[in-house]
Design a protein. Sequence first.
Length: 249
Amino acid sequence: MNRLKGKRALITGGTSGIGLETARTFVAEGARVAVTGSSPSTLNAARQELGPDVLVLSVDAGDTAAQKDLAGTILKSFGGLDVLFLNAGICELRPIEQVDPAAFDRSMAINLKGPYFLIQNLLGIFANPASIVLNGSINAHLGMANTSVYAATKAALISLARTLSGELISKGIRLNTISPGPISTPIYGKFGLPEEQLKAVAASIQGMIPLGRFGQPSEIANAALFLASDESLFTVGSELIIDGGMTNA
């Protein structure tokens, strides 16, 4: 229960779903943890659940100026950083005909631009060694309709882990990616679909998974724990696909 003892961790999008479950796991394993979110309701719920020892911060993941401020807050609160889990993101499913520049820019800002500049602003406070874990998606590997922008942002993150691994390894910073398949999180409720249609979509997706079920947030959190810990010191620039066999079907 001490795999992260003494480590300081920042989890973006850490107030719900995969991020919140990862925060629970990291705390249980001895880490000092900070999480970010943007929804007042999930921020308040996370404060209640995670307790006073976890730093819960309201941050817009797509605002580059906010990333600089966040780095300053982490330095002031923790004195440095050992683990960064870039989990914050949005998933807007639209056919190409319905994607306008504002929607495109919003997804790129939150899923790619914000994370990129957060890494940049944290460079001066990372420990040596340090671990950065990026939350990708199997959508980067699948030709799934209506996911063109979302998949592009995730493909860029996966590429970023590989390229920055070569650039930052001399500083002792490892980057790796987790690419989940369908996971039971609140994100599906944000698609704006009627309840019956949402159930039909979920059933259709589940039918594509050889294991026959959605993944659980804890299954992603445990992978993030491995990549954050010193158990993975020889793991650099890798992508761990956790999808119940979906991409192999």
